[in-house]
Design a protein around this ligand. Structure first.
Ligand SMILES: C[S@@+](CC[C@H](N)C(=O)[O-])C[C@H]1O[C@@H](n2cnc3c(N)ncnc32)[C@H](O)[C@@H]1O
Ligand SMILES: [Zn+2]
Length: 388
């Protein structure tokens, strides 16, 4: 009650909603405006599923983590993610941080409504907040940054604030930059160059991970991607942080031939397409190793059963499991069909045919008509023709 008074919440401007299993006080306008306003505080109701995925991923992590369970939320807005973590998962402590004092007041009010105990609030610039938690004993086992735009500026302090064996998660919403509309900006922000391709969302996530890998290597830290997720308006990564130097060659390039559609990953740049000898486009440097950890994804599927999340999450995570050991980059049915000037066969059919021809093949969570395979473009076309 005291908080409510302190907040002076005019009932016509704020509203209480329930997301997952948690009560949230949100600005009414954020529920009605097409683009959620930043004032008085930011809340995007459409990001509910995005937060559902966080809850599932964090639950899978916490289940098997032995150390202190501390969630540091660097850019909380009205606290939707942090409040849900505190209320819906088993954590020892949650610290919610944002620069916006109104957002924090609202988060405090919601914490009260949910009768949360082990939760603290901080009003600092995110790097200052995370730097306060970068010493041993102060670090978080889960650290999240969720900025407007690029997360790259916060990678150093984010990694430093994550304990050994912990999870660092981050979102990127500068889609045009990552998808190759502004190549110079991408090079500047992420240290790598994208190429405009049909599988641009996967390439973008690999660019974000590549940048994180470069920062981590500088700090003598290894990152292991556990789970990634992409939607219309954002990309999200979840990586394990290990305090040891990374010796692996997980940075490289995607070589993409715009003439024949062939693509591959490589630690070296190449000039010509190995299939058609045309000039090849080079994306990167970016992350070329696995981006989905099979065991972690299996754990997510176990944990999901006890959580209040959207049904779509399980279907997506099932796809992640199917593709977790597949090669990088996916093809789309449309891409192949337009090359062949034919209507595309059914997705299940083409996957089945690829497998019957001894290629690995799976659906992909990145695209409803996408598939991953060990076959190259010429081999895929041959199999397409036989399934017509
Ligand atoms: C995309 S919103 C966060 C949304 C929130 N995580 C959620 O799931 O609802 C970004 C937030 O970052 C905050 N912010 C922006 N720059 C910041 C900075 N340098 N330090 C701390 N917070 C910042 C904004 O006030 C805003 O609330
Ligand atoms: Zn080619």
């Amino acid at each position: 009650m005291r908080l409510k008074k302190e907040l002076k919440i005019p009932s016509e401007s704020f509203q209480e909603i329930i997301e997952g299993g948690t009560k949230l006080l949100v600005p009414k306008k954020s529920l009605t405006d097409k683009v959620p306003p930043k004032e008085p505080a930011f809340f995007n109701p459409k990001a509910r599923v995005n937060r559902d995925f966080s809850i599932i991923a964090y639950a899978a992590f916490l289940k098997n983590f032995q150390g202190p369970k501390i969630f540091l939320e660097g850019m909380s807005g009205i606290g939707a993610r942090g409040l849900r973590v505190s209320n819906e998962l088993k954590v020892d402590n949650t610290i919610i941080n944002d620069l916006n004092p109104t957002a924090l007041k609202m988060a405090k009010y919601s914490a009260n409504q949910n009768e949360l105990k082990n939760i603290e609030f901080s009003e600092k610039e995110v790097c200052r907040f995370l730097s306060n938690h970068s010493e041993k004993g102060e670090r978080g086992s889960i650290v999240d940054i969720d900025p407007f735009g690029s997360p790259a500026a916060f990678f150093d302090c984010g990694i430093r604030a994550t304990m050994h064996g912990g999870i660092f998660s981050a979102a990127a919403t500068d889609l045009q930059v990552l998808n190759g509309l502004f190549q110079d900006a991408c090079k500047r922000k992420y240290g790598g160059i994208p190429v405009r391709v049909k599988y641009g969302n996967e390439m973008a996530i690999r660019l974000v991970l590549g940048c994180l890998r470069m920062v981590a290597a500088r700090l003598g830290v290894e990152i292991i991607p556990m789970f990634v997720e992409s939607e219309m308006h954002y990309y999200r990564i979840y990586v394990k942080i290990l305090n040891r130097p990374d010796q692996k060659k997980n940075l490289g390039y995607i070589l993409h031939c715009k003439n024949c559609g062939h693509r591959k990953t490589s630690t070296e740049q190449e000039q010509k397409c190995e299939l058609c000898n045309s000039e090849i486009s080079v994306a990167g440097p970016l992350w070329i190793e696995d981006i989905l950890d099979k065991k972690f994804i299996q754990n997510m599927l176990v944990e999901i059963q006890d959580l209040k999340v959207d049904k779509v999450c399980e279907r997506t995570i099932q796809k992640c499991l199917a593709e977790s050991e597949m090669p990088a980059t996916y093809f789309t049915l449309d891409e192949i069909a337009s090359k062949m000037k034919a209507s595309p066969p059914k997705l299940e059919k083409i996957i089945q045919s690829l497998e019957q021809n001894n290629f690995a093949a799976s659906v992909t969570a990145f695209n409803p008509t996408g598939f991953k395979t060990s076959a190259n473009i010429n081999e895929i076309i041959k199999i397409f023709q036989s399934t017509q």
